[in-house]
Design a protein around this ligand. Structure first.
Ligand SMILES: NC(=O)c1ccc[n+]([C@@H]2O[C@H](COP(=O)([O-])OP(=O)(O)OC[C@H]3O[C@@H](n4cnc5c(N)ncnc54)[C@H](OP(=O)(O)O)[C@@H]3O)[C@@H](O)[C@H]2O)c1
Length: 340
C-alpha cells in the first residue's frame, strides 16, 4: 500500500482572494527525458499520495495524457474536482488575437476539465522555439518585450476569467521592471508569478516585489532541475544538491539534499513544484514539508548561500541583435530593448 499524506497535514498558502492552495505542487515537464506516459502515471500516483496542485503547460506535450488520469482520479473518487488546483500555460506561439482562447480551449479539452484553476502566460513575449530544439536555435521573428503586446495577451487572459474558463491568471518568467510596466494596466491582477527559485537562485528582489503586490510566487526548478535538457546547461551552473551548505544541512536532518531545497522553499513562502516520476521521490517531496522543519539558523545559512545562478537562461528566446541571455532579464533595472 503506497503512502498517503493526509490533507490536513499539508501547509497551504493564501491567494489574494483569501482562497488557499497547497504549499507544494507537482511539476509535469518531462525535460525531453520522461515521456507523457511516465509523467501522467506520476500525476495519478502523486494525487493518490496527496498532491492537489498540478503544474501543467501546453508546451509540455502531455496534457492529453494527464487529462486521462485526471478523469480516472475523479471517477475513482480519489479527489474531487474542487480539491484539485490545476494550472496550465499559453505557449509563446499562441499570443496573437484570439489565439489565447484557442490555446486555453485546447488545454481544457486535453485536460478533460471544464475550467483551469490558474492559467499562466508562460513567457512574456511571442518568441517561439520548437520543443526539443538545441540551445543555439534562434527564431528570426523573435523580438524584445513589448508592454503593449503583453497586454494584448493579458486582456485575452482576463476574458478567460470573465467567461469562467479559468479561475485565476498568472504570469511567468517576468522581471521587476516588466511587472512595474504591466501591473498598473491589469483589470484582473495576477494571482501568482511562476519563477525560477532554488537555493542557488533566490531572486530576492523579484520575490519580495511579488509578495508586496499580493502575488504568490511559485518556484520552478526547486531542486535545481538536475535532469534539465542539454540546451539549458552551461559549465558555470551550480548544482543545488551539491552546495556544501545544503549537503551539511541534509546530513544533520538525515535526508536527501533535494528535500532541504524543498523545505527551504516552502518555509520561505514560495510554492515549489518539484518534478519526479519516481514514487519514493514524489512522496518524500510532499511529505518533507509536513515534518522536521529547518531551523531559523539553517534558513539563514541558505539565504546567505545564494549564488545568483540562473539555470533557465532562455537563450533560445533571444531576438536578432540581442547581446546575450542577460538581455531577457533586465539586469540593469530597465526593460532591455525598450519595452513599449
Ligand atoms: N514556468 C516555466 O517557465 C517553467 C520552467 C521550468 C520548469 N517549470 C515547472 O517546474 C517544474 C519543476 O522544474 P524541473 O522539473 O525543471 O526541476 P526540479 O523539480 O528542480 O528537478 C526535477 C528532478 O529532480 C530530481 N528529483 C526530484 N525529486 C527528488 C528527490 N526527492 N531526491 C532526489 N532527486 C529528486 C529528479 O531527477 P531524476 O529524474 O534524475 O531522478 C527530477 O527529474 C517543471 O516540471 C515544470 O512544471 C516551469
Amino acid at each position: 500500500m503506497s503512502e498517503v499524506i493526509e490533507q490536513n497535514k499539508i501547509p497551504r498558502r493564501a491567494l489574494y482572494t483569501g482562497e488557499t492552495i497547497p504549499a507544494v505542487g507537482l511539476g509535469t515537464f518531462g525535460s525531453d527525458k520522461y515521456g507523457p506516459e511516465q509523467v501522467s502515471e506520476a500525476v495519478y500516483g502523486s494525487i493518490k499520495a496527496g498532491y492537489r496542485l498540478i503544474d501543467c503547460a501546453a508546451v509540455y506535450q502531455n496534457e492529453d495524457r494527464i487529462g486521462e488520469v485526471l478523469k480516472r482520479v475523479l471517477e475513482e473518487g480519489i479527489a474531487e474536482r474542487k480539491e484539485l488546483f490545476v494550472t496550465s500555460k499559453v505557449w509563446n506561439d499562441m499570443h496573437g488575437e484570439g489565439q489565447v482562447l484557442e490555446s486555453c480551449r485546447k488545454s481544457l479539452q486535453d485536460l478533460q476539465l471544464s475550467y483551469i484553476d490558474l492559467y499562466f502566460v508562460h513567457w512574456p513575449f511571442p518568441n517561439y522555439h520548437a520543443p526539443g530544439c538545441d540551445g543555439d536555435s534562434r527564431n528570426p521573428d523573435s523580438r524584445p518585450f513589448s508592454a503593449e503586446e503583453f497586454m494584448s495577451v493579458w486582456r485575452q487572459c482576463e476574458q478567460l476569467v470573465e467567461e469562467g474558463l479559468v479561475r485565476y491568471i498568472g504570469m511567468s518568467n517576468m522581471t521587476v521592471p516588466k511587472l512595474k510596466a504591466v501591473l498598473p494596466l491589469c483589470k484582473i491582477k495576477p494571482a501568482a508569478l511562476e519563477m525560477e527559485l532554488h537555493p542557488g537562485f533566490q531572486q530576492p528582489e523579484l520575490f519580495d516585489y511579488a509578495v508586496s503586490q499580493g502575488i504568490q510566487p511559485i518556484g520552478y526548478c526547486p531542486i535545481g532541475s538536475p535532469s534539465r535538457p542539454e540546451r539549458d546547461r552551461t559549465a558555470e551552473d551550480v548544482a543545488d544538491t551539491q552546495m556544501p551548505e545544503i549537503v551539511e544541512i541534509a546530513e544533520k536532518h538525515n535526508i536527501h539534499p533535494a528535500l532541504v531545497c524543498l523545505k527551504w522553499a516552502a518555509q520561505r513562502g514560495q510554492i515549489p513544484i518539484p518534478f519526479s516520476v519516481k514514487e519514493p521521490q514524489f512522496v518524500s517531496n510532499l511529505k518533507c514539508i509536513t515534518e522536521d522543519p529547518l531551523t531559523e539558523e539553517e534558513m539563514e545559512t541558505i539565504r546567505k548561500a545564494d549564488k545568483d545562478c540562473r539555470l533557465i537562461k532562455g537563450q533560445v528566446f533571444l531576438w536578432p541583435g540581442a547581446k546575450g541571455w542577460e538581455d531577457l532579464w533586465d539586469l540593469d533595472g530597465e526593460i532591455t530593448g525598450g519595452g513599449k
